[in-house]
Design a protein around this ligand. Structure first.
Ligand SMILES: Cc1cc2nc3c(=O)[nH]c(=O)nc-3n(C[C@H](O)[C@H](O)[C@H](O)COP(=O)(O)OP(=O)(O)OC[C@H]3O[C@@H](n4cnc5c(N)ncnc54)[C@H](O)[C@@H]3O)c2cc1C
Length: 504
């Protein structure tokens, strides 16, 4: 057993996250001559989009019929996780391996402190505790998936859209035999095409956006032909498989007990408000996602200044063109600095890594070094997945919002009525966001429920001002759930110094 202590590794630059942004930042910082360590809880670099498959062989198909899936790793145009993404990931992993950066992979970071102008990072890996002392820190922790709650969303068989990409990429399997794909944004077509390529059946795509919303995004997409081609490939696969697509529709309810049996879907207006009759679709899996929220745990913990920007996923740290935050020596890169997608993440990682190696401090501003092209495509995609207030207003009182602590939308509204006007107050009233995920899954929706209750409005401009006042959950350790034994290690009670009793 570990003794709970880890001698800190001293470096110039520590990078948290080895996705497109973090790995690129580490490579750039090394190229500029810095001593660099890069930490990721995944056991290989690549992040979400360029994730390395975790299993040497595919897991058996759920269906006992002969396995219709292609060879793992073969390029199946359009399948999420195969082909070009695999190659980009392999190239990034090779570049990182030869960069000179020390990779600490499979390490879950649970604490980051700013002490005396330096950063102290603590994590837990397979070999026990890990400690890093760094002059500068690049945070590239990506995003969390957002699901707008509906009746039955916690039924087994309901899976996040982004989580489904992990099943497809890392475990080479589909979430069920017959899956409904629902939510908003480009992951809908990517996931549907991926499921089809893995031999699964897609019962339909339920898209919150209308055709007109997609047409508005086309000019931006046309500026990145490779991405446009990828999207066209996904859509072609969906069309070939005869998958019905319901635009401007959303999931109203999931039916089932121990397993998912059917999903009720119905039309919505342009704001996302349910309108019109529903239809039930028999499925054993629902892959659903309403966009991504920037991962701000570390920047909140370090008390950097943040801003609320609905079109870039919500709250994120304020940063200048090089990713410099309002805390000296602290940089952000990639989607955790506002969701803009993988290409923008690479560019912002390169800028942040180089700046961190040079030790420059650009001061707080906006931009994040994404580059105009990356920003325009990423911004167009982010707009498609921006949270729709009317959809959140329609969450029924009895629907659970915080699944870790079982807190319903009604309990959040009651807390607001009783005087909780910021997110932390509301958390104290009912424990929303206090569970193992520390609010990663629920705090964005909870903030929106509060803003709507406080203002009675559903227009984004009014709500954005209210969201700014409501704020974010205060960052706290542990950043990730870690076994207490691994943090404190083993000790002997006899070694604990006991002060002599005070004289009477
Ligand atoms: C689950 C998921 C699946 C996605 N799938 C696709 C897809 O199929 N196609 C697509 O175009 N886009 C996809 N996206 C969006 C795309 O991944 C991003 O735009 C892009 O990866 C952003 O790169 P990044 O480096 O900023 O973040 P990421 O790629 O998310 O990398 C962040 C890294 O930080 C690590 N990390 C976070 N916190 C900690 C911690 N406390 N300790 C240690 N490590 C930590 C994570 O393990 C992760 O590897 C997906 C996003 C998510 C969340």
């Amino acid at each position: 057993m570990s003794d709970g202590t880890a001698r800190p590794l001293h470096v110039d630059v520590a990078v948290v996250g080895a996705g497109p942004a973090g790995a690129t930042a580490a490579i750039a910082a090394c190229a500029a001559g810095a001593r660099v360590v890069v930490v990721d809880e995944a056991d290989a670099a690549g992040g979400q989009i360029w994730r390395r498959p975790a299993l040497p062989r595919p897991v058996p198909a759920l269906d006992p019929r002969p396995d219709p899936r292609p060879d793992p790793g073969a390029s199946t145009a359009g399948a999420a996780g195969a082909g070009p993404d695999r190659r980009r990931g392999d190239a990034l992993r090779e570049a990182l391996a030869s960069s000179g950066a020390v990779p600490l992979l499979g390490v879950r970071l649970w604490s980051v402190l700013a002490i005396g102008g330096r950063f102290r990072l603590d994590g837990v890996g397979g070999d026990g505790p890990v400690s890093i002392d760094a002059a500068r820190l690049v945070v590239a922790t990506g995003t969390s998936e957002r699901v707008v709650p509906f009746a039955g969303w916690t039924t087994p068989g309901v899976v996040g859209l982004a989580a489904t990409t992990i099943l497809l990429k890392a475990f080479d399997t589909a979430p069920g035999r017959r899956t409904l794909v629902a939510g908003a944004g480009p992951l809908l077509a990517a996931v549907a095409a991926g499921i089809i390529a893995h031999g699964g059946t897609v019962a339909g795509i339920v898209d919150l956006n209308g055709r007109a919303d997609w047409v508005r995004a086309l000019p931006a997409l046309a500026r990145q032909p490779a991405l446009a081609l990828k999207g066209a490939g996904w859509l072609a696969a969906v069309r070939r498989a005869g998958v019905p697509v319901w635009h401007r529709h959303a999931v109203r309810r999931a039916h089932g007990g121990k397993v998912l049996e059917a999903v009720e879907v119905g039309p919505v207006d342009p704001g996302g408000r349910p309108c019109g009759p529903t239809r039930a679709i028999a499925v054993d899996a629902l892959a659903i996602g309403n966009g991504l929220s920037p991962g701000t745990e570390i920047t909140r913990l370090l008390r950097a200044e943040h801003t609320f920007d609905r079109a870039r996923g919500g709250w994120h740290a304020v940063a200048g063109p090089s990713g410099a935050t309002t805390i000296p020596g602290l940089y952000v890169a990639g989607d955790c600095a506002g969701v803009l997608g993988a290409e923008a993440a690479v560019r912002s990682g390169a800028a942040a890594g180089a700046a961190a190696a040079g030790g420059g401090h650009g001061g707080g501003g906006r931009g994040g070094g994404a580059g105009p092209r990356g920003r325009s495509v990423g911004a167009a995609m982010s707009r498609l997945t921006a949270l729709r207030p009317a959809q959140v207003a329609a969450i029924a009182d009895e629907t659970v919002v915080c699944r870790c602590e079982d807190v319903t939308a009604g309990a959040i509204r009651t807390a607001v009525d009783a005087g909780a006007h910021d997110l932390n107050q509301m958390k104290h009233f009912n424990r929303c966001g206090m569970g193992p995920c520390q609010g990663r899954m629920c705090s964005d929706i909870a903030g929106e429920v509060m803003a709507i209750r406080l203002t009675g409005a559903t227009d984004p401009a009014t709500l954005d001002r209210a969201r700014t006042r409501i704020g974010q959950l205060t960052g706290r350790v542990p950043l990730r759930p870690v076994p207490l034994g691994q943090i404190i290690g083993s000790f002997d009670y006899d070694d604990i110094p006991v002060p002599p009793p005070a004289p009477l």
